[in-house]
Design a binder for this molecule. Structure first.
Ligand code: DX5
Ligand code: ZN
Length: 222
């Protein structure tokens, strides 16, 4: 099993306390910073852009995990100054040129990931398995934090793990995003996920301390 990793959703962070939050993440060994980029077209929301990504790279050594919820992402990759070692996920529903776009991410030394909305079948990946480092399974419809898990997506995670393993792609990461609560994270781990987007329902939960939330989350995804 691929070791589990945490990628906190930075759209959920308190911007007024960003430096402090990032040093806690470094001390706690947080593996990635999840950056939700929304363009107001692919999803009904606008948030986090190229300047935010640049700023994050200046403020922290933790590699970025970019989640591009934008139309025609293949035309916009240059905007993001993608760095080697980062994860970059683009939505299969947002491009007519998935294979080319995944290759363009790898050409930059980054890890290419295909993101799938809840209704999108795994079969869209059939002919791009050699071009993939990860699959991002949306467990809510993309666009907003604070939504409720779509139960069928738990089966989808397990199906995806089986699908990859059976074809000899057991090394491909499965990222999960949306209502990855302490409780849901445990089920997602059991289903085969290894990269967990932590938002308002876990690490950034209002009723807990950041460090305690991280410790509790680590335990859930062991
Ligand atoms: C959308 C985001 C959200 C969110 C995750 O792509 O990544 O899913 O911030 O946090 P929750 O769902 O726990 O608020
Ligand atoms: Zn996301």
């Amino acid at each position: 099993m691929i070791p589990s990793k945490i990628t906190p959703s930075m759209m959920c962070a308190d911007l007024a306390r960003l430096p402090e939050t990032l040093s806690v993440f470094t001390e706690e060994g947080i593996e990635y910073l999840h950056i939700d980029v929304m363009d107001g077209h692919f999803v009904n929301n606008l948030c986090l852009g190229t300047d935010f990504c640049r700023q994050m790279r200046r403020m922290s050594e933790i590699p970025l995990d970019l989640h591009l919820m934008i139309e025609e992402p293949e035309k916009k990759l240059d905007w993001f100054d993608i760095q080697p070692g980062e994860f970059v996920a683009l939505h299969v529903e947002a491009t007519n040129h998935l294979q080319r776009a995944l290759c363009a991410i790898r050409e930059r030394g980054a890890k290419a990931m295909a993101a799938l909305c809840p209704a999108t079948p795994l079969s869209v990946l059939d002919y791009v398995l050699d071009d993939l480092d990860g699959v991002l399974i949306m467990t809510v419809n993309p666009g907003f934090a604070g939504q409720k898990l779509i139960p069928a997506t738990l089966d989808k995670i397990a199906d995806c793990r089986r699908y990859l393993d059976e074809r000899g792609y057991g090394h491909v990461t499965i990222e999960v995003d949306g209502n990855v609560s302490f409780e849901n994270a445990e089920k997602m781990r059991a289903a085969g996920a290894d990269l967990f987007v932590a938002g308002t329902s876990s690490v950034f939960a209002k009723d807990g301390d950041l460090r305690e939330n991280i410790a509790k989350f680590r335990k859930a995804i062991r």
